[in-house]
Write a protein that binds this ligand. Structure first.
Ligand SMILES: [Fe+2]
Length: 336
């Protein structure tokens, strides 16, 4: 049984050498920014004190924050881990337990932060062929950045998926929504959601992926108000000559309509809307690597967008071989 069950992701934390440069991007991306105590904070419209933090320093990813249900849960976690519960000296206050995962990622589990009243969401009604709730109401949209409602998930590259999966599930009660296999029984990662019992939870809050290349944050994702909001945000970022990474399209796992952009320091941030929700009663599924990289519609993954794109099956084959070789050599004793 897990030590606690977290409710959601709380924030992502970065360092960057130029806070003004980061702020310019985040405002174009749709966050409300302010500086306090020498740090840059980005807020969404859900009333949470912050969802994105930048500290001055060499550009890098620093931490992911998770939200626990209560300060009592932090006490339980801290006791089991042998670490202190500390005051979170940041906007919104609250308390924090800081843990380090098997790959050295800092995980900041927070609780007791103040929350302001959420701002209203402006999402036009949508007329489908089956249902037409928008009547006598024309749609008139103005060019503007997207409106980020909340932070939704983070994707971390890991060096040993099974070890990381156990660490994250044991502590935070995460449930697998989809496990990704490069080949049958060669798992490379999993989309994991929070266990909120009967309360529906995003398809994934944390995705741990054992993929080739350097470790790090693959991306952090933020929910926007609607499809119109996402598309207006896309147009706005494009008009501001920001660096597009992948999108617009609809994922298979999680079903989100997605749009990925890079901040000025190379960190990837995602806008998404219309994602899947599941309760604790929904069983895990297995999916292929092809499904991970494919889209239901829209822009192909950048890996497959060039003229010399390798077939997805070949990518899966090579990845499976790398994982199998790694497992084989990790089983051979060092002295052999
Ligand atoms: Fe994502």
């Amino acid at each position: 049984m897990a030590i606690i069950k977290v409710e959601d992701i709380a924030h992502v934390r970065f360092a960057a050498p130029d806070l003004a440069l980061m702020r310019g991007f985040l405002e174009d991306f749709g966050l409300t920014c302010f500086e306090e105590g020498g740090r840059l904070y980005g807020k969404s419209s859900d009333g949470r004190p912050f969802v994105h933090v930048t500290e001055p320093g060499e550009a890098k990813f620093l931490a992911v924050g998770l939200r626990a249900g209560s300060v009592a849960d932090l006490d339980t976690l801290a006791l089991r881990e042998g670490v202190p519960v500390e005051p979170l000296n940041e906007p919104g206050g609250g308390m924090v337990v800081r843990l380090t995962d098997p790959d050295g990622y800092m995980v900041e589990v927070v609780a007791g932060q103040t929350r302001a009243a959420p701002a209203p969401v402006h999402a036009p009604k949508f007329n489908s062929a089956a249902d037409k709730p928008r009547q006598r109401e024309p749609i008139r949209l103005e060019p503007a950045p997207a409106h980020v409602r909340r932070i939704g998930h983070a994707v971390l590259k890991v060096s040993d998926f099974r070890a990381s999966e156990k660490w994250w599930k044991d502590r935070f009660g995460l449930l697998t929504s989809d496990e990704i296999e490069a080949a049958p029984d060669v798992a490379l990662g999993a989309f994991m959601r929070c266990d909120r019992g009967d309360m529906p939870s995003d398809h994934h809050t944390i995705f741990l992926a054992q993929l080739p290349g350097a470790l790090g944050l693959l991306h952090a994702a933020f929910e926007v108000e609607s499809l119109d909001d996402l598309m207006l945000g896309h147009e706005y970022l494009k008009a501001r000559s920001r660096e597009a990474a992948w999108g617009v399209g609809r994922h298979i796992m999680g079903s989100q309509i997605f749009d990925y952009w890079k901040d000025p320091f190379g960190n990837e941030l995602e806008h998404w809307t219309d994602g899947d929700l599941f309760t604790a009663a929904d069983p895990p599924a297995k999916q292929s690597m092809q499904a991970l990289l494919a889209v239901q519609w829209g822009a192909p993954h950048p890996m497959f967008a060039g003229k010399m794109a390798p077939p997805p099956g070949l990518v899966a084959f090579v990845t499976a071989m790398q994982l199998r070789l790694k497992r084989l050599f990790s089983r051979i004793p060092k002295e052999a």
